[in-house]
Design a protein around this ligand. Structure first.
Ligand SMILES: Cc1cc2nc3c(=O)[nH]c(=O)nc-3n(C[C@H](O)[C@H](O)[C@H](O)COP(=O)(O)OP(=O)(O)OC[C@H]3O[C@@H](n4cnc5c(N)ncnc54)[C@H](O)[C@@H]3O)c2cc1C
Length: 422
């Protein structure tokens, strides 16, 4: 029997927005496939700009990573600003630096109730060796005017309540939110702007006929015709576009949340409620979640978990950060899939002029996918509006079917390097 793997977000979110199962034939300017942050923020912006938009999701909005993540709203890409400048130019670096601000502004503009707080974010380290490159990263943002600073051992241990962290940096542009409330609020905002949201509505096939897209939904009882197609299926991309699926490595991230902590415990663990990610190659992220629960996440197995035993590794990490939590029960265990790319960069593709795809946030997608979805909409509404990233060709990974084996070996290798550097 499968254990209960309901997330803390599902247990504490407001009601899901009404969506309908499509039946019959529909037409719109833009069909968006995928009801996560990318698809929904794109749809919202398009609808606000006067386009007729339909969003479809296989299960429901927020079924993918957007309804399951850690809720850390972190600006930037995985790469540092100087490197983003070299790869894409300063416009892209400025865009990346503002993704958290864009997200918080959108939440404010639409009055989305999702516990959003600009509490900052700490990238901490359990290794002194990492402090040099963390300081470089901090300085590169600082020279661009970002409100960031280094934290010494005493400061990070006071802010985290963990003796395991030896230093890090604080990014005051960042913050956190309740991801499922956020995607539900974004969906309601898109609906209020005139967008139709269909779910359950899996797209089975798309065909291009006379420059229009024809999407066949579910068992073939519904179809949608559109001028443009936006594909925002990320790590949940199936065989609708096999080349796209093969350009990504879907990776499971596992999370657990404890029972609510006492006031005394909350005064010592993350007392300012600033979330933390650690800088190891296979690191963890943690924060205080709904009801004063301590949450921690990290890399899980490639197979979707079916039992709570699969989360033992993450629970051990929790105990390593906070040994006193050994006596605190774990209430929630859940997982979701994020999409890794070979170059650790997000990819946008425009394989033909009336189709746009945006994928591959490498685990840093809350702010980035929201902002990229919006940027794609701005570009569709006014084609002269530049996109923050260049279009790339869809590049399927060689021997993609072996990716689980390769990636499992890579993860063990990185874990070993993390260990040897301790
Ligand atoms: C456990 C976990 C923790 C994370 N923590 C953080 C964090 O703290 N901070 C951060 O910045 N990032 C985090 N991320 C990453 C972030 O959640 C993602 O980058 C982001 O949500 C991606 O959004 P998306 O809209 O592109 O994709 P998703 O939210 O995955 O949405 C894709 C949607 O497409 C739908 N779909 C797929 N195929 C079809 C089809 N054929 N027809 C119709 N619909 C289809 C799926 O049902 C799904 O709902 C985390 C990810 C996970 C999994």
């Amino acid at each position: 029997m499968q254990d209960d793997l309901t997330s803390v977000w599902e247990a504490t979110a407001n009601n899901a927005p009404e969506t309908q199962k499509p039946e019959g034939e529909y037409a719109c300017d833009v069909l968006v496939i995928g009801g996560g942050f990318t698809g929904m923020s794109c749809a919202l912006q398009l609808a606000k700009g006067g386009a007729s938009v339909i969003v479809v999701d296989t299960i429901r909005p927020g079924f993918g990573a957007s309804g399951r993540n850690g809720g850390q709203v972190i600006p930037g890409l995985k790469h540092d600003p100087d490197k983003i400048d070299r790869l894409y130019g300063e416009f892209s670096t400025a865009f990346a630096g503002k993704t958290a601000e864009t997200t918080f502004n959108l939440i404010k503009e639409h009055d989305i109730d999702c516990d959003a707080t600009p509490s900052g974010w700490i990238q901490g380290s359990v290794k002194r060796d990492h402090l040099g490159w963390l300081e470089n990263r901090m300085r590169e943002w600082q020279t661009r005017g970002a409100d960031v600073k280094m934290l010494d051992t005493a400061e990070i241990q006071a802010l985290s309540g963990s003796q395991r962290l030896v230093g890090g940096w604080l990014d005051n542009r960042a913050g956190q939110l309740h991801p499922l409330k956020y995607i539900r609020g974004l969906t309601r905002a898109a609906q209020a702007a005139g967008c139709q949201v269909f779910a359950p509505a899996p797209v089975q096939r798309v065909k291009s006929i006379s420059r229009k897209w024809h999407a066949e939904i579910g068992d073939g009882t519904a179809s949608i015709t559109s001028d443009h197609l936006v594909v925002a299926t990320n790590a949940y991309s199936g065989d609708l576009f096999p080349k796209l699926r093969k350009s990504l490595i879907p990776v499971n991230s596992f999370q657990v949340a404890t029972a609510p902590l006492s006031e005394e415990q909350l005064a010592t663990v993350l007392p300012t409620k600033t979330p933390v990610s650690d800088s190891r190659r296979i690191g963890n992220y943690f924060r205080i979640g709904p009801g004063g629960r301590l949450m921690i996440g990290g890399r899980g197995s490639f197979a979707d978990p079916v039992s709570r035993a699969a989360f033992n590794g993450i629970v051990s990490e929790l105990h390593a950060y906070y040994p006193w939590t050994k006596s605190v029960p774990i209430e929630f265990c859940w997982s979701g899939r994020l999409a890794m790319t070979y170059d650790h960069l997000p990819h946008i593709h425009r394989p033909v002029d009336n189709m746009t795809m945006a994928v591959g946030y490498n685990g840093r997608g809350v702010a980035l996918s929201t902002s990229l979805g919006k940027a794609i909409a701005d570009n569709l509404l006014a084609p002269d509006t530049p996109l923050p990233l260049r279009f790339s060709d869809i590049s399927p990974l060689i021997a993609h079917d072996m990716h689980r084996a390769y990636a499992t070996i890579a993860i063990w290798y990185y874990r070993l390097r993390d260990y040897l550097e301790s």
